[in-house]
Design a protein around this ligand. Structure first.
Ligand code: HEM
Length: 88
């Protein structure tokens, strides 16, 4: 539920200070690639979204997508998401 962080821009960030959101870990062993990733992620994601039309596999639509999670050290989707790029 990533939307749970909407509107909290100034209170929660990914730099390891807020334990609700630590995609890069925290403390002394925090991800060394964080500054690079913050710069590159939006560029890469934006390029992929702009360059292709995306579809879900087997006629699945967002409304019927299986959002169940699988318990583990990190939270994973029970049924992995497969997004298929189509030529524009
Ligand atoms: C979305 C992209 C990335 C995510 C989500 C991510 C996440 C993480 C996480 C969770 C850790 C473990 C931190 C901890 O133990 O507290 C880590 C460690 C590390 N990451 Fe990343 N990372 C990303 C990209 C990168 C990139 C682009 C680089 C290098 C260019 C990088 C280099 C490293 C290194 C060297 C460590 C080990 C740091 C240490 O143990 O001292 N990461 N990363």
């Amino acid at each position: 539920m990533p939307e749970r962080f909407l509107g909290l821009d100034n209170q929660i960030d990914v730099t390891g200070k807020n334990f609700e959101l630590i995609p890069f870990g925290g403390g002394r062993r925090i991800c060394l690639g964080l500054p690079l990733t913050i710069r590159m992620l939006y560029l890469m994601l934006g390029s992929l979204i702009n360059s292709f039309d995306w579809e879900l596999e087997d006629g699945v639509v967002p409304e019927t997508m299986n959002m169940e999670d699988k318990f583990g050290l990190t939270l994973q989707m029970a049924q992995p998401l497969r997004a298929v790029p189509k030529k524009l």
